[in-house]
Design a protein around this ligand. Structure first.
Ligand SMILES: C[S@@+](CC[C@H](N)C(=O)[O-])C[C@H]1O[C@@H](n2cnc3c(N)ncnc32)[C@H](O)[C@@H]1O
Length: 191
């Protein structure tokens, strides 16, 4: 079963997660969403290290279960919520920050949703994959051997780019990392 996933599971390294949250200015009380929460590392760090209120959305039942277990083990039920399901169907209007690790093709499909739902001043930090229709307010590089990661920061409303989807090399890069990391596990879980 595929669970309707739009992106494979590849975790963001912890130093990159920390930088994403710093770059977005997350602090006590900031409402952080991670669409496609994976193993929950972004929402857990946002709550534990930054004092944020965090919401994760995850469609894969096994990973959702793991996240719920971690929330309980870390005693974070008051600060962290998991929504099981498809992030395209989840209202993000309460988010101050979206921390994302998706694909540029998926980011492109999310642009109209974010433009209509996110409040002015809300921030998006996107690991490695830019939004093709928008111009980032900032791009930061984080080295975590053996890879160098990019973080794209957007402040709503975003400045519009003239070009469309133009990031084949980024998608190839993601595919490479997925093969090195977690696609095997993904296939195993689907059997
Ligand atoms: C690249 S991983 C990112 C994990 C985590 N955000 C991180 O950065 O470590 C993408 C995650 O999105 C989930 N996912 C893919 N499509 C989804 C969808 N339509 N709705 C909810 N989750 C989805 C996958 O199961 C996977 O866990």
């Amino acid at each position: 079963m595929s669970f309707g996933l739009d992106v494979p599971f590849v975790p963001t390294p912890e130093p990159v997660v920390r930088k994403m949250l710093e770059l977005a200015g997350v602090t006590k009380g900031t409402v952080v969403y991670d669409l496609g929460a994976g193993d929950g590392r972004i929402i857990i760090m946002a709550a534990k290290e930054f004092g944020a209120t965090a919401v994760g959305v995850e469609a894969h039942p096994g990973r959702a279960e793991l996240i719920e277990k971690r929330i309980e083990e870390e005693n974070l039920k008051d600060k962290v919520t998991l929504i099981r399901g498809d992030f395209f169907k989840v209202d993000v209007s309460k988010a101050d920050v979206l921390a994302l690790y998706l694909l540029t093709s998926v980011d492109q499909r999310l642009e109209p949703k974010f433009e209509s739902e996110l409040k002015p001043g809300a921030k998006i930090v996107s690991h490695d994959f830019p939004f093709p229709g928008w111009i980032p307010d900032k791009v930061v590089e984080v080295k975590d051997s053996p890879f160098t990661h990019q973080i794209y920061l957007y402040v709503m409303p975003p400045k519009k780019a003239k070009r469309g989807l133009a990031d084949e090399p980024f998608r190839a890069f993601f595919g490479y990392k997925a093969i090195g990391g977690s696609v095997g596990a993904e296939l195993h879980l689907k059997r």
